[in-house]
Design a protein. Structure first.
Length: 441
């Protein structure tokens, strides 16, 4: 009994120590909401208050951009209303677009939306694509549900929160990271949010020239590469997006994306930082450093690797069939992880029915870590196997067909010979009669 108590106490101590170490890995205040996830699978590496509802401010514009890009109307010229220009909230970011301004396309608006975070561009996009901001917001919330952002409720397309009802404009660090994960799967979005500057605004009836617009994401300023260290060796990761956000009520928010030379890409959302603006960037770098120092892309299985050998009854015989991995599978894992740190669950589609073609998908291997699915790989047939019973029937049918073919040819030849004989006989008779007739003359 005492031994069990000692073991139990040891487990508690180890758990507490591990939690202390875990918390000390990043220097971010406890009151902040943050999450760090793998951009490929959505696997969460680190989180704190990630499901607490907060005001997302201009990170809202990630969703606005998603709907704009999915509309496939980037060349469409926008109409600019007074309401769109002036309903930007107290102190709302803007670039001075004027009511009635012409020659501005949806593509221009999305660039200014994401690079300079101009509130009027969000309103312009909403009114032109949906007819009204209300209808556009409805589509935003529908898309949020589709992406699994269940704790999100958008009230406007720009993220302002100073009007009546806008206190219900809420999301979470987890939801905004999920929304951004989806957005980063869109090549055009990735391209825009990785820019330090946008200088593509055209001349209009209100502006002959625009100033060059610098991104609000300071992690992209000057040099977007940042250091991390593994076993004493220094490496660099590259920040490639995505979006800032600030209001007095929301505090400083930042969703960011970064990738290292091995192709490991991480998404971080740091929200509700009620300190000087630089802190949200510093905390984001802390998260990214931790992620790249602690995790790496690892190959769990290579293409054509044997997964399982199965026995298949084929007539009176038993045949062995190797099932192999259809493709290589990589996923994010702790740097010092081993095969014991994940579980591979085989799900083979028994009974396997013949015939089987090479490459037929006959099952799947699901990889899990701590109960969370990391991904799946198809198990495919390494070779073809014919059903012997069916094959025998096919063989007999082919032989029968061949035999019938030979008999048919023989009959055809005989008929031709007989016809030739009758024609020859008839011809000879005619010749004989003609000869007799000539002799009688």
């Amino acid at each position: 009994m005492k031994k069990k108590i000692i073991i139990f106490v040891q487990i508690i101590i180890i758990t507490l120590l591990s939690q202390v170490s875990y918390a000390q890995n990043v220097n971010i205040p406890e009151g902040c909401s943050y999450i760090l996830m793998d951009a490929k699978t959505g696997q969460v590496i680190l989180e704190n208050n990630a499901d607490v509802k907060i005001r997302p401010a201009s990170t809202t514009k990630v969703m606005t951009a998603i709907l704009a890009l999915e509309s496939d109307k980037l060349d469409t010229v926008m109409k600019v209303s007074e309401n769109a220009v002036y309903d930007i909230g107290e102190g709302g970011m803007n670039v001075g677009i004027m009511p009635g301004e012409d020659n501005l396309t949806l593509d221009n608006m999305v660039n200014v939306l994401l690079v300079k975070s101009a509130n009027e561009t969000a309103n312009i996009i909403a009114e032109n694509l949906a007819g009204s901001k209300e209808e556009f917001v409805k589509r935003m919330n529908e898309k949020a549900i589709e992406l699994g952002a269940y704790n999100t409720n958008f009230v406007n397309p720009c993220g302002k929160d100073d009007a009546k009802g806008e206190e219900n404009h809420l999301s979470t660090a987890r939801d905004m990271a999920l929304i951004t994960k989806y957005a980063m799967s869109m090549p055009r979005f990735r391209n825009i949010v990785s820019k330090e500057y946008y200088n593509g605004m055209p001349s209009t009836n209100k502006h002959k020239k625009w100033d060059m617009l610098q991104t609000t994401n300071r992690l992209l300023w000057y040099d977007n590469k940042y250091p991390y260290t593994i076993n004493g060796t220094k490496y660099l990761y590259t920040v490639n997006g995505v979006k800032t956000g600030y209001t007095n009520a929301a505090g400083n928010n930042l969703i960011s994306s970064a990738i290292n030379d091995d192709g490991l890409e991480l998404i971080a959302a740091v929200m509700h930082v009620n300190e000087v603006r630089d802190k949200v960037f510093a905390y984001t770098k802390e998260l990214m450093r931790y992620g790249f120092e602690s995790y790496a892309n690892k190959k769990l299985i290579a293409k054509d690797t044997l997964i399982k050998s199965v026995s298949i009854k084929n007539g009176e015989d038993i045949e062995k069939l190797d099932l192999v991995a259809k493709e290589s599978f990589w996923c994010i894992m702790p740097i010092n992880s081993t095969d014991k740190d994940y579980v591979a669950q085989e799900k083979i589609n028994f009974p396997i029915k013949l015939p089987v073609k090479k490459g037929d998908v006959l099952g799947v291997v699901e990889y899990k870590r701590n109960g969370i699915t990391l991904g799946k790989v198809d198990a495919v047939a390494s070779r073809a196997i014919l059903d012997k019973v069916v094959a025998k029937k096919i063989e007999n049918a082919q032989k029968e067909k061949a035999t019938k073919g030979v008999l048919s040819k023989i009959v055809t030849i005989l008929v031709a010979v007989i016809c030739f004989f009758f024609v020859l006989r008839f011809t000879l008779r005619r010749i004989s009669r003609r000869v007799k007739r000539l002799n009688n003359l």
